[in-house]
Structures are given as C-alpha cells and as structure tokens.
Design a protein around this ligand. Structure first.
Ligand SMILES: NC(=O)c1ccc[n+]([C@@H]2O[C@H](COP(=O)([O-])OP(=O)(O)OC[C@H]3O[C@@H](n4cnc5c(N)ncnc54)[C@H](O)[C@@H]3O)[C@@H](O)[C@H]2O)c1
Length: 323
C-alpha cells in the first residue's frame, strides 16, 4: 500500500492530536510538523518521529506532501491554507473554516482553482453518537422532531485568543443541527455577552427556527463543569445524547391511550427507556480516515465546504445580533 505523506501545521492543543492520529494510521506517513513555537513543535515531532520546521513555507519547499492539516489559530487559517492549496496539496482546515465569510470564500476559490480536496474539521460529524442519533431520527421512532436543545459549556480555554464562544463552540452544534434536520434555519436570534472573560463573548443562548422545529444552543466558558449534551423531543419519543460519553438514551412515548385516571396516567404512560447501541470510536481518527478515503477515491469529502460556510454564516449572524 502506498502511504500518503502528511504534515500538520500548528501543534497546539488540537494539532498535537492530528499528528498523533496520522502517526497511528497505516495508510499515512507523517512526514513533518511545523509550529512557530519551537518547543511545542519539536516535542510533537519527537513524539511522532517526524521532522520539525519552524517555518511552514520551508516545510512545503523541502517535503513532498499529499495531505496537510491546518491547525493554527482561526484568524490564520486563510493565509496558511491558501499557501498549501496553491502548492496542490489536499487540505484539512480545523473548524471553523475561517474567521470571516470573505476569508472562507477565498480559501474555497483557491481549492477549486487548484483542484485539491478541501474539508473542514467539524469533528462532531464523525462522533458515532451523532451518527446513531441521525439514524434514530431517520427511522421515525422519535416521530416528528419538535425541539432540539444542546448544551456545550465549560470553563474558559486560555489558548483561544482570536475567537469568541459562538465562533469557537456554537459552530459545532449549528453544523450538527443542520445535519440532523437536513436543512438550514429560517430564523436565528440570541442573547450573548461577556460575563467573566472581559474581552470576548463568553456566553450565548441561541434560538434557531427550522420550520416547526425549534433548536436552542447554549454555549459558554462559565459553567465550571464540562457538558456536551443534546436532548431531542419528537412526537413519539425523546432522546438524550452525550457527545462526550457517546451514549444515547431513548424514551419511547406510551401516551397513546385515552384516560381520565391519574393512576393510569402514572403507571401506563411511564415511558419505556432504551439505551441505543453506539459503537464508541475516536471522532478525529474517523474524520482523517474519511478525508483520506475521499482523496483516494476522488469523491467529495463528507464535510463539504458549503456546510462549513453555512455553519460559519449562522454563527456570524448570531454574533452580529447581540452586543
Ligand atoms: N475540532 C475541534 O474540536 C477543535 C478543538 C480545538 C481547536 N480547534 C481548532 O483548531 C485550531 C487551533 O486551535 P488550538 O486550540 O489547537 O490552538 P493552540 O493555540 O493550542 O494551537 C495553535 C498552534 O498554532 C501555532 N501557530 C500559530 N501561528 C503559526 C504559524 N504561522 N505557523 C505555524 N504554527 C503556528 C501556535 O504556536 C500554536 O502552537 C483553531 O482553528 C480551533 O478552532 C478545533
């Protein structure tokens, strides 16, 4: 099997894991990593047995690559991604695609002109619990979806310097809700602000209307415990999904008998509870494997640039609506 040659640009929090996963994948040879922070970059290169460059341009000059992950801060996505795209290298950019729609569009235009595969790291799309939840919705067991409520909260991650909580966190769930409902919202509103970080928005409660379905997304960097959960209410049942533990519990509605008796109401209408089978897997590994497959097969990546731009557009609209 010919291995695809990969590199990772930016070896911070997330870039380290891109390097780790490429290193562990049989179909990939991790050739090099680059970071302006020599200490971080060298540590990652040593751990995963590849070369280190402090300048990504030098890396591109010296190494032959098939695939690159761009894992630098969001504001730098455009500059770094376009550089590799123009060299004809298939590019995975971490989410969000960019900080602005203009930047995103320039990146996409460059990828089309240079005929490279481009995808965005919307990692939750590869979360097996999300995939199982989509199947559950499609099966009709939940009935018509009436509402979706997501909480993605926790404490402030100090390395995020250039994005607020909407652009950094809500973009995940906006994309997932679009994916689950297979459409975009008609209307978006929100309440957001700066509660503790002082200089950037650290909380947002977002309301999105998808036809008859409501979606509420709460994101913040305030809650002292990390929660990543989605609750879905349908006409036939209710499901709770935990993005972290990759578990889904479904409660099937038994409220289909007419009665005036409170005893019947309590006893007969108790919902049946069921754990939905989810085969736990690492979403980042699945994301990289999926992108490699699209490169090898010449097919469209699972996360398309349009979907990434849709999620960013909605997040920016939410951001613009509140102070
Ligand atoms: N998919 C996810 O769940 C997820 C999680 C975390 C971060 N991210 C995304 O990943 C990206 C990086 O976030 P992070 O948390 O890893 O940030 P980070 O600050 O921990 O890492 C960024 C790294 O990029 C390096 N860097 C900056 N400019 C560079 C340049 N010109 N050349 C080479 N290296 C450079 C920095 O030195 C740093 O080590 C962001 O876009 C973020 O939104 C995604």
């Amino acid at each position: 099997m010919t291995k695809l040659k990969a590199a990772v640009i930016g070896t911070g929090n997330m870039g380290f894991f891109h390097a780790k996963n490429y290193f562990e994948l049989d179909e990939i040879e991790l050739v090099a990593v680059a970071d302006i922070d020599k200490e971080k970059g060298e540590k990652t290169a040593k751990e995963f047995n590849c070369k280190f460059y402090s300048d990504y341009k030098e890396l591109a000059e010296k190494e032959k690559l098939d695939i690159v992950s761009i894992v630098v801060p969001t504001k730098k996505h455009k500059e770094v991604a376009i550089f590799f795209i123009e060299k004809g290298i298939n590019t995975l950019i971490e989410k969000p695609i960019a900080g602005t729609i203009e930047d995103a569009e320039e990146i996409i235009k460059a990828s089309e002109k240079n005929k490279v595969k481009l995808t965005i790291g919307h990692i939750e799309r590869f979360n097996p619990a999300v995939i199982a939840l989509k199947k559950l919705i499609k099966s009709g067991r939940l009935g018509e979806i009436n509402s979706i409520i997501v909480r993605r909260v926790g404490i402030y991650p100090p390395q995020i310097k250039d994005a607020n909580v909407i652009i950094d966190l809500a973009v995940h769930d906006i994309d997932i809700i679009n994916y689950l409902l297979e459409r975009l919202p008609d209307k978006v509103s929100a309440n957001s602000g700066k509660a503790v970080t002082g200089n950037k928005k650290d909380y947002a409660d977002i309301f999105m209307k998808y036809g008859k379905t409501s979606a509420v997304v709460q994101v913040n960097w305030i809650t002292p415990v990390k929660i990543r959960k989605m609750n879905i209410t349908g006409s036939k049942g209710y499901a709770e999904m935990d993005y972290i533990t990759q578990e889904i519990t479904m409660f099937e509605s038994n409220c289909n008998i007419e009665t005036d008796s409170f005893k019947d109401f309590v006893v007969k209408f108790a919902p049946s509870e069921e754990k939905i089978a989810v085969e736990k897997e690492q979403p980042l590994k699945k994301e990289l494997v999926s992108f490699i497959k699209s490169i090898k097969e010449g097919s469209e990546p699972e996360v398309t640039t349009k979907q990434a731009v849709d999620a960013l557009k909605i997040a920016l609209e939410v951001d613009s609506k509140t102070e």
